[in-house]
Design a protein around this ligand. Structure first.
Ligand code: SF4
Length: 213
């Protein structure tokens, strides 16, 4: 265990993870804010691979908010039925699109305050949309990998996503807010897995307090 200032330690960990995962990238496929909005709703408690396997057909079929809003919800359910909670998610996508039409001229808004008003969109999804679709970096996406690894790495002692985000924003330079969750996901899948993390193989082993491991 190497003892450094916490910001310095975090910076070193991020540098090492960037070197380990040079091709790290955002994990949901999309080509417009509307597509990302639908994908983030689908991704709640679902694997990215599953979402990415469902969205190509979906995005080909529905290209605008009215496309999603003006169809029987049962049709949308059918289109996404391979994804868990497909009924709730179909309803959320459709209701979000109805709100886009009513309040934002059919466009996805680009502020946190507006995004979190949309059905199915919480702070995590809003951050993901702002950062990845609009390149507006105002926070850090806190997903299940970010929570688990941030606790183990000693970046936070909290379990509440909003408090974790605040802790991370103090610790991590803004330039790394965007790729941080991508790196946590890559590392959380390859090495720092939920059960029995592979610490002896880990590139940040010497910098990690391994809290709770
Ligand atoms: S040393 Fe272990 S607990 Fe720490 S990040 Fe690596 S795998 Fe996870």
């Amino acid at each position: 265990m190497i003892f450094l200032g916490e910001r310095e330690r975090a910076a070193k960990i991020i540098r090492k993870l960037k070197a380990k995962y040079p091709n790290t990238r955002y994990y949901l496929n999309f080509s417009s804010p509307l597509e990302l909005l639908a994908a983030t709703i689908l991704s709640a408690q679902a694997r990215d691979e599953l979402v990415n396997s469902v969205t190509p057909k979906l995005f080909k079929k529905y290209k605008s908010a009215p496309d999603y809003a003006n169809l029987p919800v049962s049709q949308l359910e059918k289109d996404i039925k391979r994804v868990n909670f497909f009924r709730n998610k179909a309803k959320a996508i459709q209701n979000a699109c109805k709100m886009l039409i009513k309040q934002y001229g059919g466009k996805v808004p680009d502020t946190m305050e507006e995004l979190i008003q949309l059905p199915g969109i919480g702070r995590k999804s809003a951050n993901a949309i702002l950062i990845n679709a609009f390149n507006k970096v105002e926070g850090i996406v806190v997903d299940t990998h970010v929570i688990r690894l941030s606790l183990r790495l000693g970046f936070t002692r909290d379990y509440d996503p909003e408090k974790i985000e605040r802790d991370l924003m103090k610790l991590i330079p803004k330039i790394n807010w965007k790729p941080f969750p991508w790196l946590m996901k890559d590392h959380g899948r390859a090495i720092c897995v939920p059960k029995r993390p592979k610490c002896p193989e880990c590139v940040v082993n010497e910098l990690c307090p391994k809290v709770g491991v």
